[in-house]
Design a protein around this ligand. Structure first.
Ligand SMILES: [Zn+2]
Length: 299
């Protein structure tokens, strides 16, 4: 059986490809808490057998302590700003008008918030960039890329019905960046056993990170990166990106039902985004979050 294997990892982002505007220069002039967090939810359909419903251990997140710069700013009498208190954003129209059908539930209980709340977008349309074809790969591989991209676009159109999405060119301003790439394969050393933990190969992966906008006061925002492997069949790619986009739009968890796009394991005949998926998405967007709000003065 094919499966999505959730293997959350937590790592510092040093490469920070997605947040160039804030990665090279001081961004915390007011003594803010620096926030650099990455967490991923990993779902790999290609290898392995399903022995049991593996417990999904959500990635923990952590906030860095104020930097030396922050402390100095504080000492100079400048205000210190902290994480915004969680508040509810207005629903986008498409979700506001979504009505639950009688007897169709959701799997909201499986969605876990981060330390700063649920991963909710508050500026619409959510901007998505799709990695363009790399000419260096040669024309021979263009067909493979086009098949991949067609699946990506189809999945974006599916979700766009429920949450406004827009394709943009270039990664610079994108909220969600979709990469034509296989997720890295990272065996880790387990000091307890003295052995390496060898993960299964993975075909898709979604990660997020938080950053501060350049507004004054800054707004706490997030970006998502989705890796989708090249070379899979169209239906497999579509199923993978549909699932990963669900994570990227805020469903940070998995459904126990295989008729849902966010089912944790890949299925033989994947279905479109389900009513339960949308019920869950709507419930996520009805929650309070610190994301999308201005930092607040703190004691
Ligand atoms: Zn997943």
């Amino acid at each position: 059986m094919l499966l999505w294997t959730p293997q959350p990892q937590l790592s510092r982002v040093k490469r920070a490809k997605l947040i160039k505007p804030i990665s090279r220069r001081p961004i915390l002039p007011l003594g803010l808490v620096a926030i650099v967090i990455v967490a991923l939810v990993v779902c790999s359909p290609l290898m392995g057998k399903l022995a049991a419903h593996e417990p999904f251990d959500y990635p923990s997140t952590s906030l860095r302590r104020p930097s030396g710069r922050a402390l100095r700013a504080s000492a100079q009498g400048k205000p210190q700003l902290g994480i915004p208190s969680p508040k509810v954003h207005p629903l986008p129209l498409s979700l506001a008008k979504w009505q639950r059908s009688e007897g169709i539930g959701d799997y909201f209980s499986q969605v876990k918030p981060t330390d700063v709340g649920y991963l909710i977008w508050s500026q619409f349309p959510v901007q998505i960039s799709i990695e363009p074809f790399n000419l260096e790969e040669g024309e021979g591989s263009r067909k493979r890329y086009e098949r991949w991209k067609k699946a990506i676009v189809a999945a974006i159109e599916e979700w766009d019905e429920y949450l406004p999405l827009e394709q943009v060119t270039g990664e610079g301003f994108a909220d969600i960046v979709i990469k034509y790439a296989q997720p890295p394969w990272n065996p880790t050393f387990n000091p307890e056993t003295g052995k390496f933990d060898i993960p299964r190969s993975r075909s898709a992966e979604t990660s997020y990170k938080f950053y501060l906008s350049e507004d004054s006061p800054p707004i706490l925002r997030h970006r998502m990166k989705v890796l989708i492997s090249p070379g899979m069949a169209y239906e497999t790619t579509l199923s993978a990106i549909r699932h990963e986009l669900g994570h990227a739009l805020g469903i940070w968890g998995h459904s126990p039902l295989e008729t849902d796009a966010l089912y944790f394991s890949q299925v033989r005949d994947p279905l479109p985004v389900s009513q339960r998926d949308v019920n869950t998405l709507k419930k996520v967007y009805q929650q309070a979050t610190s994301l999308g709000w201005k930092l607040e003065p703190r004691e």
